[in-house]
Design a protein around this ligand. Structure first.
Ligand code: SME
Length: 160
């Protein structure tokens, strides 16, 4: 496909996700390299949803290690159960944090980050990576984000 996303700028959040997700699917179709695909997914999400920070942490040698992302520089390694990412990995579930200051153990890669959502992707029933999305606004993520980003994670799982 042409390397261009078609998203109506006037669309609301749900509509943007709805038009973006099939385009993410075709973007990664036919490319077998995981880093290339995760890079394009991070870019597609950043470009369309205008997230402050969006990226992947991959499970390597029993740690989460920073992978493809878009946004300011970030911490490179996170242990199991640490921060929102480590909690999502440990609990094997999506974690939505309306106010990062109220999440015990939140890892502040950037002081500008105010709310966050982290979702796991699985391979053989184990977490293989997490998607982390940060906002510089409080309470910026809701069920619409969780459901849409979970669909993105199901696409990611097909690449693992
Ligand atoms: N805040 C995350 C760490 C990753 S950065 O936000 C990119 C956490 O608490 O796990």
């Amino acid at each position: 496909m042409a390397e261009e996303l078609i998203i109506a700028q006037s669309a609301d959040k749900a509509e943007k996700y709805e038009t973006l997700i099939p385009q993410i699917e075709s973007l990664v179709l036919g490319e077998s390299d995981l880093v290339a695909n995760l890079s394009n997914i991070a870019a597609a999400l950043k470009q369309t949803m205008d997230f402050f920070w969006v990226g992947f942490y991959l499970v390597k040698d029993n740690q989460l290690v920073l992978g493809p992302f878009q946004g300011p520089i970030a911490c490179t390694r996170i242990n199991l159960g640490k921060g929102v990412c480590g909690a999502s990995w440990k609990e094997k579930k999506t974690i939505l944090v309306p106010n990062v200051d109220e999440f015990p153990g939140h890892i502040a890669c950037s002081s500008a980050s105010k709310s966050e959502i982290v979702l796991p992707a699985f391979k053989n029933n184990e977490v293989a990576l997490v998607l982390d999305v940060d906002s510089d606004q409080l309470n910026d993520f809701d069920q619409t984000d969780a459901e849409a980003l979970e669909k993105v994670m199901r696409i990611v799982e097909k690449l693992l």
